[in-house]
Design a protein around this ligand. Sequence first.
Ligand SMILES: Cc1ncc(COP(=O)(O)O)c(C=O)c1O
Length: 432
Amino acid sequence: MRRPTKPYRSRKIGDRALSPETLMMGYGFSPHLSEGALKPPLFQTSTFVFETAEDGKASFELAYGLREKRRDEEMHLIYSRINNPNLEVLEDRLSVWDAAEKALAFASGMAAISTTLMTFLRPGDTFVFSEPVYGGTEYLVHNILPQFGARGVGFMAEGGADAFRAAAAEAAVLAAKTGGKVGAVYVETPANPTNGLVDIALARELSESLKGPAGRPPVIVDNTFLGPLWQQPLALGADICVTSLTKYVGGHSDLIAGAASGDASWIGQVAVFRTILGTMTDPHTAWLLLRSLETLKLRMDAAELGARKVAAYLQTHPRVKSVWYLPFLPKDHPDRALFEKQCKTAGSTFSFEIEGGEAEAFAFLNKLQVIKLAVSLGGTETLASHPAAMTHSDVPPDQRLRLGITESLVRLSIGVENPDDLIADIEQALGQ
Ligand SMILES: Cc1ncc(COP(=O)(O)O)c(C=O)c1O
C-alpha cells in the first residue's frame, strides 16, 4: 500500500496537537505519490497492478492474515473491495474526528450498522438495543437479524438506567436458554427522532458485566445525530462508533455512505466482514467525502447556530405544543445531566409538535417555501419531515405512540441558510 511519507501522517507541529479541521486539508495523503497533486486524485480503479508476482504473493499473505507484517514492509494495494487510496485517506481522516485507532468507510450508514452487527452476532445470540432507533435499524433488529437466529431485547431510551439494566439482564437469560451469548450492546443516542438519550458509560458497564468465555459484547453507538463533532462515543466508553456519513459528513445531500470506527481489535473483525460482504464505499464517494470533510466544521458550526435560533423561535410560537430540543430539557429532567456529560452541543436536528394532528402537521409542511420537505438530515439545506408518515411509517401505530412519534410531530434538520430566513418561512407556514 502506498503509504504517505511522514509529514502527512503527523498530527503535531512541535508540541502542538493539530486540530481535526486543520488535519482535513492534508492528513493521510502524500502529494509526491500522486504527481504532486495538491488534492488526492480519484483512484477510479477496481484493481491494482503488482510490480512482481512476489509482491502479489506478499500482498495476499498480509491481506488474508497469513503472516505478520515485517518491519517497514509496505502493504500493496490489491483490489478496491479490499483497499483503495481514496478509502484509505478518508478512513485516516474519519479516525481523526472520532479519535479512533481505525475507521472503515461503508456504502451507507445501514451498511455500516448491519455489517457491524453481523460481525458480532451468531445464531442463538441475543443483543440489547435502545429504542427508538432509525427506521432502517428498527427493521434490521426486528425483522432481519431474527431470521439469522439473533434476537434483540429493546429498551426505551426514556426508561433510563433501570430499563437498560433490565434489558441487559433479560438478554443474558434469553441467551443462556438459546445456547448463545449476548453479542452486542447497540445504542442510538440521541435517538431519531425523539432526541432521547442513552448513557454510553452505563452501556460499557453493562457490557463488562456481560463478559463470558468469548469476551464481552462490543458497545456500538450510532452517532449520526451528533457525529462527528458534537459527541465522541469512543471517549465516553463505546467500542465502536457507527455513523451515517450521508448526513453531516457528506453534508450536501448528494451521496450515501457510512462509517464504523474504534480500536483495531474490534474494527479489524468488522473489516473482514466488510471485505467479504462487499459493503465498502466506492472511490468516487470516498473522494466526495474528502472534499466535504474540509468544510465539515464550518458547516456544522453554522447549522448548530441556526438551530439554536430556530428552536428558540418555535418555543415561543402559540401553535407549537412542544420543542424537543435538548437544551430545553428542564433542569430536573433525568436526561439533563446526561446531555451535559455526553453532548458538546444539541446539534441541528430536532423535532417539535404542532397543535393538532396529522392534518395540521401536513398543512404546515405543505406551506413551507425555503425549507424542503424531505427525509434525511445534516445537509447544507434545511429539511422538514413527518416521522410518523415517513421514516417511521413501518413501525406499528401503537408502537409509534409508545416511542413518542405522534401524528403532530415534525422533524427539522437545520442547514446553513440565514436562520432569519428560515424563521420567516416557518412563520408564514404556521401563521396562515
Ligand atoms: C440515526 C441514523 N442512523 C442510520 C441511518 C442510516 O443511514 P444511511 O441512510 O446512510 O444508510 C440514518 C438515516 O437517516 C439515521 O438517521
